[in-house]
Design a protein around this ligand. Sequence first.
Ligand SMILES: Cc1ncc(C[n+]2csc(CCOP(=O)(O)OP(=O)(O)O)c2C)c(N)n1
Ligand SMILES: *[C@@H]1O[C@H](CO)[C@@H](O)[C@H](O)[C@H]1NC(C)=O
Ligand SMILES: CC(=O)N[C@H]1CO[C@H](CO)[C@@H](O)[C@@H]1O
Ligand SMILES: CC(=O)N[C@H]1CO[C@H](CO)[C@@H](O)[C@@H]1O
Ligand SMILES: [Mg+2]
Length: 676
Amino acid sequence: MSELEQKAINTIRLLAVDAVAAANSGHPGAPLGMAPAAHAVWQTMKFNPKNPKWINRDRFVLSNGHACALLYSLLVLYGYDLSIEDLKQFRQLGSKTPGHPEALDVPGVEVTTGPLGQGISNAVGIALAQKQFAATYNKPDFQISDSNIFVFLGDGCLQEGVASEASSLAGHLKLNNIIAFWDDNHISIDGNTNVAFTEDVLGRYKAYGWNILEVENGNTDVDGITKAIEAAKKSDLPTIIRLPTTIGFGSLAEGTHGVHGAPLKADDIKQLKTKFGFNPEESFVIPKEVTELYNKHVSENQQVENDWNKLFAAYKEKYPTEGAEVERRLSGKLPEGWEKSLPVYTPNDKPVATRKLSEIVLSNVVPVVPEIIGGSADLTGSNLTRTTDMVDFQHPDTKLGDYSGRYIRYGVREHGMGAIMNGIAAFGANYKNYGGTFLNFVSYAAGAVRLSALSHHPVTWVATHDSIGLGEDGPTHQPIETLAHLRAIPNLSVWRPADGNETSAAYKSAIESTSTPHVIALTRQNLPQLEGSSIEVASKGGYTLIKQDKPDVIIAASGSEVAIAVDASKKLSEEGIKANVVSIPDFLTFDKQDQSYQLSVLPDGVPILSVEVMSTFGWSKYSHEQFGLNRFGASGKGPAIYEYFGFTPEGVADKAAKTVQFYKGKDVLSPLNKAF
Ligand SMILES: Cc1ncc(C[n+]2csc(CCOP(=O)(O)OP(=O)(O)O)c2C)c(N)n1
Ligand SMILES: *[C@@H]1O[C@H](CO)[C@@H](O)[C@H](O)[C@H]1NC(C)=O
Ligand SMILES: CC(=O)N[C@H]1CO[C@H](CO)[C@@H](O)[C@@H]1O
Ligand SMILES: CC(=O)N[C@H]1CO[C@H](CO)[C@@H](O)[C@@H]1O
Ligand SMILES: [Mg+2]
């Protein structure tokens, strides 16, 4: 390692230390330990700070997101749209340097990390998408996609189950574009990792099918790190590199958990700067020669990107069809007229389960929209997520499929699937990816689902078996609280379509979405086609399906309960009670409509009863009375369970009649009419 490189590494270290000190909050330990690896990795990466979304860039994922002062320092040094002033505002309200790396806020941050284990799992998704993109569009003479995915992860990430799920799949798929560095510093928050984490990590990764490399001393051996990267690039397998480092390297408290997540003391910072050859009285210093060193790499990379632009221009000449398709995808546009492939139904069409209707949507749109890829967590048959002509995404050696395949066998790994789905979306090229499982098991992936929403990844959960209606599998499989939880996640669209037209509307919303993840809750049991549903009205998120003049009551429902509400309304009319029926397939979409539309659906003066066979939590924002299931379900035949809990036309009519009775003569304000 040259003196200049040493200076560059110390600059990274001290910028991170100064940022944490300025904030009086943050994590200096990992940046001090990992700066040499960060320097070595970034000097081999191809990227353009002025065009951070260039599709063939190498990706860098900081899975140990608490070390973000390290990443922000790199972004400043390489000339991304992040300044030393931003670094001085580290962790302050409204800054571009939030407490953990957020992809939406910080140019150059690939994925939002901080919740441990997510980053490495996202990286598997990015790597999968890169392979799929390359296999779809590369030609023997045109390698238009060949990027690598670099990952830093700590002991914490390696202890998280989600990382194991994703790493196991990465090994199976032989995603050799992943180069991960394990910050093996023997420290986490509780102190020495020997209190809880003594397994043979490399042995485990070897068993997953990864290539295992080790660097002798991560604190000093930059050449060793560079050599390891070269070796990793030659591997047929994903690579994990054990990087022994000292947390808080150079600090008086180095090697202890004291430097994990607390600012260094003022005199410690001074001795550190002196030790590293910097002026102890100055902060946020970037030596000129360090700027020049990194600028040089940026201008070399500029040439790399120029060469790629030329390559892609020639590609478009020689392969106009593929070229136009890649260009369309990079511009974020869907194929012209794709939505015409969405099926619609007539009231005379036979009753069908919405999970089956979902399969019909997929078989129609998958051939038309090449950016749709998807899979299932080992419930392909139940979830009906694989359309007949889909090829499996597999390493070609397996003879089970190939890398251009669009169907991903996730195995029984819901959380891993969720994080990988986010990674696929983060790759770019407008991938629209979906994953199937039972609605109840979307909860297993909750950590990844909320990050989809926070980071605006437009991924789609095909969530079948959405209620007690699934029947015999019983309470362990029957969702109760799931929709309430998912609906409470900001910016997550949670659809529960009631028939074929509504299912198409749900998919239209999901596929057109550029920033909102979707969960589509689907039934196992058959549902009739509802007269008056359409893609257009369902696309408002809520609409009046049965409209009466001067109704006595409004029954609002979703999914399988809408048809029951329709039958209840017919029964009520025999008793002289006029009941409107409102279908609300997606709260988020309905909430985005203007208030006059919302109030036309749920107006003042009429009591509203909501009906849904799960937790009533959340429905009070639309209804005065709630009929739901605030207990676990039961094992039995689906129709018998519905009957047992009173979710029948008679049961709903009874609740509606009671609602009318209770509110008679009272002033009724729509729950949508609020002070603010
Ligand atoms: C899912 C999750 N659980 C807990 C935390 C809180 N947390 C942040 S860092 C950390 C310890 C991580 O240890 P390690 O990865 O070894 O980092 P190091 O101390 O070496 O920097 C924990 C428990 C978190 N960020 N995410
Ligand atoms: C579904 O939508 C189409 C087109 O809007 C409409 O013609 C049809 O009647 C709808 N089907 C049902 C069951 O309402
Ligand atoms: C078509 C299909 O494979 N259907 C299966 C769906 O899943 C249930 C169990 O969850 C099976 O009983 C069905 O055969
Ligand atoms: C993209 C998007 O839907 N953003 C919304 C996320 O949620 C907040 C708060 O509900 C809204 O203000 C945003 O518009
Ligand atoms: Mg550690």
